[in-house]
Design a binder for this molecule. Structure first.
Ligand code: C5P
Length: 229
C-alpha cells in the first residue's frame, strides 16, 4: 500500500490574532506552511500529497510550493473534519482502499522525519497516531456560583496529547468520517472517528516539540524548535 499525506490548511486561525491565517505567518525566513510542506515533500515514502486550502485563499500563491506538481489541491470545509473529508474525496481514483492516508495539521511545522519513521515503521490496522504523554497534573473543572472550581483531579497516568500525523486506511477513514458527520458527531481528530466505530488505533509516542502553532507565543517556540537538531 502507498502513503498519501493530507494536510488540512483551511483554518482561519482566529486564536493567533494575526492579520492572516497562521499558516501564512513568517517563521525562520519562510512561510509557516512551507516548513510543513518541506518536511512532507522531502520524506522518501511520499510521492504526492493533498493540500486542503480555503477556496478563496489569497495567500497560497506566495508559497514557495505554489505550482508544485506533487501537490493535489482540495477545498476546505467549515470545520477541520469537513476539510479532511474533502481531502479524502480528492484521492478518489488515485488511492486504493487499503492505502494509508497520513493526516497532518499544516500548523505543525516542527514534525521530524524520525517521528514519521517511528509512526509508519510498525503500522498495523486500524492505524496509529503520534501522541505525547501528559506531564501536568490534570483537573476537571466545573462552574460553581459563577466561578470555575476544581471538581476533581484526573488521573494522568494514561492521558496523552493527540498530535498529528494520524494514519489510517483510505477507505476506512473515509467511511468513519462520513458516518460521524451523518450522525452529527463532532470529531476534532481522525482517530475519534474510528473510535466511534469501536476501533482502537495505536498511540505512538512522538516528540513533544511537534507543537500546533495556535497562540501568538507558539510562533516563538516553533522558531526555536526549528533551529534545533
Ligand atoms: O484550528 P486548529 O489549529 O485546530 O486547526 C488544525 C488544522 O486544521 C490547521 O492546519 C487548520 O488550517 C486546519 N483546518 C482546516 N479546515 C478548517 C479548520 C481547520 O483545514 N475548517
Amino acid at each position: 500500500p502507498r502513503f498519501w499525506p493530507i494536510l488540512p490548511a483551511a483554518g482561519v486561525g482566529s486564536r493567533m490574532q494575526a492579520d492572516r491565517p497562521k499558516q501564512y505567518l513568517p517563521l525562520q525566513g519562510r512561510l509557516l506552511i512551507d516548513h510543513t510542506l518541506q518536511v512532507m515533500l522531502s520524506y522518501p515514502r511520499f510521492a504526492q500529497l493533498v493540500l486542503v486550502l480555503s477556496p478563496a485563499d489569497p495567500y497560497w500563491p506566495s508559497s514557495d510550493y505554489a505550482g508544485d506538481a506533487r501537490i493535489i489541491r482540495a477545498d476546505g470545509g467549515s470545520e477541520r473534519c469537513h476539510s479532511v473529508l474533502n481531502g479524502l474525496v480528492a484521492l478518489d481514483g488515485l488511492a486504493a482502499a487499503d492505502d494509508w492516508v497520513v493526516v497532518h495539521d499544516v500548523a505543525r511545522p516542527c514534525l521530524r522525519h524520525s517521528d514519521l519513521d517511528k509512526l509508519l515503521g510498525n503500522l498495523a490496522d486500524p492505524g496509529a497516531i503520534l501522541a505525547s504523554p501528559v506531564r501536568d497534573t490534570m483537573k476537571r473543572g466545573r462552574v460553581d456560583n459563577g466561578q470555575v472550581v476544581i471538581d476533581h483531579t484526573v488521573e494522568r497516568e494514561q492521558l496523552w496529547h493527540a498530535l498529528t500525523p494520524q494514519v489510517f486506511r483510505f477507505a476506512q477513514l473515509r467511511q468513519a468520517l462520513q458516518t460521524c458527520l451523518a450522525q452529527g458527531l463532532t470529531v476534532t481528530d481522525e482517530a475519534s472517528a474510528l473510535e466511534q466505530l469501536g476501533l482502537t488505533p495505536q498511540l505512538v509516542e512522538g516528540r513533544a516539540d511537534n507543537i500546533k502553532v495556535t497562540r501568538p507565543e507558539d510562533l516563538a517556540l516553533a522558531s526555536l524548535f526549528l533551529t534545533q537538531s
